[in-house]
Design a protein around this ligand. Structure first.
Ligand SMILES: [Zn+2]
Length: 428
């Protein structure tokens, strides 16, 4: 009997030494593997998605791999969704210092996501097109999941503990009171559409523009207070694994997070994605573009994600909290930490660049130039905005406390904060 025949007859044996080694080794060393599936039904054809497994932090070194999954739900055309799909990942990666260790890379990622989103938005605006897009952008590195989002596409996490949590925040003016306040404070007006002699209809929108979202990439024709600065959340799941469901609002207008998670538990990712779409359509019909990605993060010694045990508390929670309830998010998130299923590493949603980019001041010592924290362009300090530049917009303005920004990105920052154009040039 040949060796091939023998191996076909019985499962491959794992030497005892390997088994003991696995037990002894730190769990972090065991890389999980990913299985994923995608399903979509188009109504307007404005949903796009990105699946990019096996990206490398260090070129040529497979042990530095990470994966990216994203959904872009376009509006007023498709060009912003396509542009973000093609450029956002590169713009994020270029904002991470080269030769970072894995830990440094993961730590720099939330800030790089902010820089990459803003850079992509600035570049798209320069094309002079008016369309816009939501973005839900997920980076998976071993057991660490980092999600950055603008708009109302969502990413949920279903852990093996049976707890479903939301990793994104809905930037819909209708749902998000903080965002309404920010938009109003920056000079926008929030209200419903007026028809038939003053009757208000539809969701809350911001004016000028009439967009129902408070954050997006693109949307050149609405106020600059519709910002591309993402909410970012970074979590580490246990080595039991978990499932991510990333989907456009066509799913979430029909299904709560719990319903989506439950509708496909125990099924392989490919089938799960199809089932979530089917379930959303069953309850609501095809009213919008409906796109769903399912990503299973699976311990490497298991062929599939084991079925999640059903718990009474889950059913109770789904009765208590309806879809899109903020309290549901918070409670389930707290719950996650409490049971030790998920370690929360980072969460920040502020729309202020100064709070998102940190205060470091990366200077290129060789050239005497500073690097812009958003677009990574090197510029002489006199041309940009630095920590020490002090108040100069008006005596009432607070001094800038963020890192160096080039003149172009500084203009963008001011516009997003509702400051008028025509800012005097800073001279050293
Ligand atoms: Zn810049």
């Amino acid at each position: 009997m040949s060796r091939a025949e023998v191996s076909r007859m019985r499962p491959p044996l794992v030497p005892l030494g390997t088994l003991i080694g696995r037990e002894l080794r730190n769990e972090k060393l065991e890389k999980p593997f990913l299985k994923y599936g995608q399903a979509a039904l188009a109504k307007k054809g404005e949903d796009y998605f990105l699946i990019k497994p096996d990206c490398l932090r260090v070129p040529g070194n497979p042990s530095t791999s990470f994966s990216v999954f994203a959904i872009f739900d376009g509006h007023n055309g498709i060009s912003a969704a396509i542009f973000a799909k093609e450029n956002l990942l590169d713009n994020v990666l270029s904002a991470i210092p080269q030769e970072s260790s894995r830990e440094e890379w993961l730590q720099a990622l939330p800030r790089a996501l902010v820089a990459g989103f803003v850079k992509t938005d600035i570049e798209f605006q320069q094309k002079g097109e008016t369309s816009g897009t939501t973005v839900t952008f997920v980076v998976i590195d071993d057991w660490t999941i980092t999600v950055a989002s603008v708009g109302d596409s969502r990413c949920i996490l279903d852990t093996q503990g049976g707890v479903v949590s939301l990793l994104t925040v809905d930037h819909r003016l209708e749902e998000n009171v903080e965002e309404r306040e920010r938009v109003t404070a920056s000079g926008g007006e929030v209200g419903r559409l007026n028809v038939y002699g003053g009757n208000e209809v539809g969701p809350l929108r911001c004016w000028p523009g009439g967009l129902c979202l408070s954050r997006s990439i693109g949307d050149t024709d609405v106020g600059e207070f519709i910002v591309p600065i993402p909410h970012v959340k970074q979590v580490k799941i246990s080595n039991a694994g978990g499932r991510l469901i990333i989907a456009s609002d066509g799913i979430w207008d029909a299904l709560s997070s719990d319903m989506a998670a439950k509708s496909c538990r125990g099924l392989p990712a490919e089938l799960a994605a199809k089932l979530v779409v089917k379930e959303a359509l069953r309850s609501r019909g095809l009213k919008d573009d409906t796109t769903c990605l399912v990503v299973d993060i699976i311990p490497c010694d298991q062929p599939v994600l084991p079925p999640t045990p059903r718990k009474k508390q889950n059913m109770l929670r789904s009765l208590l909290f309806g879809k899109k309830s903020q309290s549901f998010t918070n409670k389930s998130t707290n719950k996650l930490s409490a049971v030790g299923v998920v370690e929360e590493l980072f969460e920040e949603g502020s729309a202020m660049l100064a709070e998102r980019l940190g205060k470091d001041f990366p200077a290129n010592t060789n050239s005497g130039l500073f690097r812009c924290a958003v677009c990574q362009v090197d510029q002489a300090p006199a041309d940009g905005l630095s920590v020490n530049s002090g108040p100069f917009f008006s005596p009432a303005s607070k001094p800038w406390e963020g890192p160096f920004l080039c003149a172009n990105c500084r203009k963008k920052k001011d516009a997003m904060e509702g400051k008028r154009a025509g800012i005097p040039t800073v001279t050293a």
